[in-house]
Design a protein around this ligand. Structure first.
Ligand code: HEC
Length: 194
């Protein structure tokens, strides 16, 4: 969106660029991250639900392994374009992490691990922090629907074919044994500012 300030000059009206000195505020960063998470997670959950209903948990799991990557890339491109409308954002990306991650690529770093541990012992609320010149907005992800338990619940209650698929594709999986209401991990939006 173009960003101009209206200036009255000798009775004529001119538009003067006013973006140059604007800086991203913490509220803007948090608000933006919240919009990204809502959009990305709701789209993913909709597909998961459809696939579990049509293919069963094991089929949906195999489908989602590929889909999560493609969908992530597509959404990253969409939100990168919107991130550029905000003052100064650069190098935007998002990811999901968990203390009990399924995909080894979704492990937290030390800082993130500490925040997740604090969340587990108390109230989880969104955090904005800076590390090494980069900003991170971390927001909790909960197990809020029975759907999640089909692939993250107690192994005894998961479809045995889904358990076999999990063991095959994710030999180091730590992401079962959850119950409704549990903290599952975090959605992280990362960016630099000019
Ligand atoms: C059909 C099976 C399936 C269902 C249902 C499912 N997940 Fe997952 N989940 C997976 C798989 C497979 C991965 C690993 C994806 C990857 O390779 O990045 C994963 C990864 C995740 C991660 C990233 C961290 C990690 O462990 O790698 C989070 C967070 C997550 N799921 C939350 C949820 C939530 C919340 C729900 C319910 C809305 C849910 N999942 C439902 C299969 C499922």
């Amino acid at each position: 969106m173009p960003c101009y300030r209206l200036v009255c000059l000798y009775a004529s009206v001119v538009l003067v660029p006013a973006c140059a000195k604007k800086r991203l505020t913490p509220e803007q960063a948090l608000n933006f991250a919240q919009q990204v998470q809502q959009d990305v997670v709701s789209g993913l959950q909709k597909t998961l639900l459809e696939k579990v209903e049509t293919l069963g948990a094991a089929g949906a799991l195999s489908f989602c392994r590929e889909h999560v990557k493609d969908y992530g890339q597509q959404k990253m491109a969409e939100w990168l374009a919107r991130a550029q409308e905000l003052p100064g954002i650069q190098d935007f990306r998002f990811r999901r992490i968990s203390l009990r991650n399924r995909n080894p690529a979704n492990a937290p770093d030390n800082e993130q691990r500490q925040i997740l541990e604090q969340w587990q012992n108390g109230k989880a609320s969104p955090v904005l922090y800076e590390n090494d010149g980069k900003f991170f907005v971390m927001q909790p992800i909960y197990i809020q629907q029975p759907l999640c338990l089909k692939c993250h619940g107690d192994e005894k209650t998961i479809d045995p074919k889904a358990v076999a698929a999990i063991r095959q594709h994710y030999p180091g999986d730590k992401a079962t044994g959850y119950r409704l209401g549990d903290l599952r991990g975090a959605f992280i939006v990362e960016f630099k500012t000019r």
